[in-house]
Design a protein. Structure first.
Ligand SMILES: Nc1ncnc2c1ncn2[C@@H]1O[C@H](COP(=O)(O)OP(=O)(O)OP(=O)(O)O)[C@@H](O)[C@H]1O
Ligand SMILES: [Mg+2]
Lengths: 305, 548
């Protein structure tokens, strides 16, 4: 029915020989909280700057609420707020002056909400930007991007530099925005944050979108971690389809299983099994496995079955 | 054995004197050192040769000397004219103060940029990380700057020695070396002052402002000392006074080297000590970290630009007004001596209307032209800085078009350039009016507008570069400016290929108010500037926003 909040088709950006972003096609619906992940230099900031029309695509196009990101920037920006990853502010202005300026230039600010945010983030707005710590500077841009209650918030590493209490406060703000039906596009390195906040997420590597979906969809693509404790020496399971990376610790066998558990259960039925723990991979494990790191096998937070 | 190893490594951990930072700072300041060294040298040669050719007869020279020698006001403004009936005496008198002030400004801007500016941007933190202490790093930086001043001295000296061999100028190699040394000595002292205020101020701008005040105060003190009120001893309290007391080429004196060197070492030493004591990024005279909110001019990107540029606009406005006043004020005295001399013949060929005052002003207005062009480049640099430091990204992600933002900035800059031209011309008229009504307001007003033309042309070229290749903005803008200035100076000596001379934008500006402005050439330069700026604006709206 309505236009998607963000729609990109074949969006690409090259800096000379460097392909920062290749052929990104993405559709995000209004009201979604979308997490955008990827290692350093993957192209997250490049994507965001393309969406805002700050840089021009080498190929492809992007639209926000059906408006072209390059030809209709003013109309797009009226519905969007942006938190830059590397924010530049006017050193001689105070926090309050900065917020006033950005509010006036944007044109739509919920002043009551702004003051609430300032309190919640415990920000001293009478201080000059020059003398702010990194975290306090980040709070200024954070308040600035939340205060207009825009239809779409594009946030590039928003909690960079925030302490855990403030990060918690930020999560609360995003939850509220979600309840109000605002759309959020969140680029982050903090996987627990994305895991807690986002409905869907995309993972970028070297400019290519390599995964997209909900966390549970992604988990299906990945293996379960299973620990089976036997009364005697563990049997060899390597013949079983879908089993990988087995490791033996005494009477305990630890391995990954992808695909069906039926065959495994039939096989285990023939042995004296004293315990079995299976757990889904965390986003962190998913993330690491996608980048070909050695997959860590968790010891705790198991789910007994 | 082993123990000795350990002891040595522990010792070298504490203070690393590998001169990496000294070399780094030297590399960062050497190009401006060579540039200014060249400009100083060419300035010396051009003054000497133009004096020799303009005041052809000894009678002319004596008349000039008589007018300036006894004049208290010119002596207060420019220092006493010693032996100005000789080429060497006149040259020393004519250029020492200009070069001393340019050298001082260069010193301040280099050291505050590399020390305080580096601290503001975080570059200093990287440079320091783990390597060395801040005390050593500051000391090494000062060493690097001294190297750049030394290079400037070598270049100025080489040009002075070379031109001193010409029979008209006739200066021995030794005197030329000493003369060049006195010319760069202000740069050395004010590099140290800049290093000191970098420890005191809370930002680069503040550090540069404090150092600027010290330069201004030392000018004011020597002005009082030379005002003939019996306070001449005050000359020994002012760094510029020491430079004046060198009296190179006339009554050379090495004694002022003592205060110059002591001052440099003491000020440099204090800044090294302060650097060790204070926090990185902190300030001794911290500016207020808290302030009452003032919401004036924070309503739109255009008004924001006015607010952030306000100090710059005011500074340039006052500098141009003051210069105009001074030029106008001395023009009468200087012009008196010219009106009956052979100079008239030369300018009559160019269509000069005759009055010596106008001739003097015509030659001097190049100073205003240079200042206005410099202000224009400052505006472009500020535009680029807004983008490089990521503030523009913040603004352009709001419902604001790029064209609107840039057009606003261009509008402010162009209006400022015209305002500066008009201020300069009007102030010169006021200055002249103290002494006589020899020059009409209309002709000085026109001469003021005349200096806007080359500035606008350079401005347009810089904006075009900004639109197409933002990272090259400064190089192209300041390059074109320095080139034009250099060619204008060298061309002034004579003996230059006409085509090469034409590449200087200042050469296309008529020598007003001596002759009326060349309207066609002025309008062409302005039109070229505005068209280039417009193309730059269009190119800007189509390119990527680029950080550093
Ligand atoms: N202006 C530029 N010129 C040249 N290359 C660039 C430019 N901007 C980005 N790149 C390159 O594009 C690639 C993607 O960069 P981008 O900033 O989008 O990464 P990112 O995913 O945001 O990384 P990070 O997590 O470190 O913020 C990198 O290889 C980077 O070096
Ligand atoms: Mg990034």
């Amino acid at each position: 029915m309505g236009d998607p909040a963000i729609l990109t088709a074949g969006l690409s950006k090259s800096y000379g020989p460097v392909r920062a972003l290749s052929d990104l096609s993405l559709e995000i619906q209004p009201g979604e909280v979308f997490g955008f992940l990827g290692p350093n230099g993957a192209g997250k900031t490049t994507t965001i700057r393309l969406l805002l029309g700050l840089i021009r695509p080498t190929a492809g196009r992007a639209a926000i609420f059906g408006l072209d990101c390059h030809r209709q920037v003013v109309a797009v920006h009226a519905r969007v707020s942006y938190l830059p990853g590397d924010a530049g502010l006017w050193p001689s202005l105070t926090g309050e002056e900065t917020l006033h300026l950005l509010g006036k230039v944007h044109g739509r600010v919920d002043l009551v909400y702004r003051d609430q945010l300032v309190k919640r983030f415990n920000l001293d707005v009478s201080q000059k930007v020059r003398t702010y710590s990194k975290g306090n500077r980040q709070k200024v841009v954070l308040v600035a991007s939340l205060m207009s209650r825009p239809d779409l918030m594009i946030l590039d590493e928003p909690t960079n530099g925030l302490d855990p209490i403030m990060e918690h406060e930020f999560r609360g703000c995003i939850q509220e925005a979600k309840e109000r039906g605002q759309t959020v596009f969140l680029s982050s390195h903090i996987l627990s944050e994305v895991e807690a906040l986002c409905d869907r997420m995309g993972i970028l590597r070297e400019g290519h979108l390599i995964e997209i979906g909900t966390l549970s969809q992604m988990r299906h693509l990945s293996a379960l971690t299973i620990e089976v404790t036997f009364e005697d020496e563990p049997p060899d399971l390597s013949g079983l389809s879908g089993v990988s990376l087995s490791r033996v610790e005494g009477h305990k066998l630890i391995f990954h299983l992808s695909g069906s558990v039926k065959e495994l259960l039939e096989l285990l039925g023939r042995y004296n099994v004293t315990g079995i723990i299976s757990r889904e991979p965390s986003l962190e494990e998913l993330f690491l496995s996608l980048y070909g790191e050695s997959e860590p096998v968790g010891e705790d937070e198991g789910v007994a079955s | 054995m082993l123990q000795a190893e350990t002891v040595r490594s522990a010792k070298s951990d504490r203070s690393v004197w590998d001169f990496v930072i000294a070399r780094h700072m030297f590399r960062r300041s050497i190009s401006s050192g060579l540039l200014w060294g060249t400009v100083f040298g060419v300035f010396v040669a051009s003054s000497a040769f133009s004096y020799a050719s303009v005041y052809g007869t000894q009678a002319d020279k004596n008349k000039l000397a008589a007018a300036f020698g006894a004049n208290v006001s010119t002596s207060a403004l420019f220092g006493p004219g010693l032996k100005i009936n000789t080429v060497t005496g006149y040259t020393a008198f004519h250029i020492w103060l200009t070069i001393a002030i340019i050298g001082g400004v260069w010193g301040i801007s280099t050291s505050t940029k590399l020390l305080r500016g580096g601290e503001d941007s975080g570059a200093w933190e990287l440079l320091l990380a783990g390597r060395t202490t801040r005390r050593n790093a500051t000391a090494e930086s000062l060493l690097g700057f001294t190297g750049a001043v030394f290079a400037a001295w070598l270049v100025t000296a080489a040009i002075t020695v070379g031109s001193g061999r010409a029979p008209q100028f006739h200066v021995s190699a030794g005197s030329a070396l000493f003369f060049a040394l006195t010319l760069v000595s202000t740069a050395l002292m004010f590099m140290a002052v800049g290093a000191l205020t970098s420890q005191i101020g809370a930002s680069r701008r503040q550090a540069a402002t404090y150092a600027g005040w010290i330069l201004g105060a030392s000018y004011a003190i020597r002005m009082v000392a030379d005002s003939g009120t019996g306070l001449h001893w005050l000359i020994w309290v002012s760094p510029l006074g020491w430079v004046e007391e060198f009296k190179p080429l006339t009554y050379p004196d090495f004694l002022p080297l003592v205060p110059v060197l002591c001052f440099t070492v003491a000020v440099g030493g204090i800044s090294v000590v302060l650097a060790a004591r204070r926090d990185l990024g902190g300030a001794i005279l911290g500016d207020r970290s808290h302030a009452m909110a003032h919401f004036a001019l924070l309503e739109s990107t255009f008004r924001l630009a006015i607010r952030t540029l306000r100090p710059v606009l005011v500074t340039w406005g006052s500098a141009v007004t003051l210069t105009g006043l001074l030029l106008g004020y001395v023009a009468y005295t200087a012009g008196q001596t010219l009106s009956n001399s052979s100079l008239n013949g030369i300018y009559a060929k160019l269509g000069a209307s005759g009055a010596g005052v106008k001739v003097f002003l015509g030659v001097s207005f190049i100073v205003l032209a240079v200042m206005v062009a410099f202000a224009a480049l400052g505006q472009v640099a500020a535009i680029r800085l807004e983008e490089a430091e990521g503030r523009l990204e913040q603004l352009l992600s709001q419902p604001v078009t790029r064209t609107r933002w840039l057009a606003g900035r261009l509008g402010i800059a162009v209006a400022d350039l015209f305002a500066l031209g008009i201020l300069g011309g009007t102030a010169a008229w006021v200055g002249v009016a103290f002494e006589s009504n020899a020059v009409s307001f209309a002709s000085l007003f026109a001469a003021g507008l005349n200096v806007v033309a080359p500035a606008l042309c350079i401005f347009g070229a810089a904006i075009l570069t900004y639109g197409v290749l933002p990272r090259a903005t400064a190089v192209v803008g300041y390059g074109l400016f320095a080139w034009s200035l250099l060619v204008e100076f060298i061309g002034g000596i004579g003996a230059m290929n006409k085509w090469l001379f034409d590449t200087s934008l200042f050469h296309h500006m008529a020598v007003s108010p001596t002759v009326p402005p060349n309207v066609t050439s002025d309008l062409s330069m302005m039109a070229i500037g505005l068209i280039a700026a417009t193309i730059g604006c269009v190119a800007f709206s189509r390119r990527d926003i680029q950080g550093r």
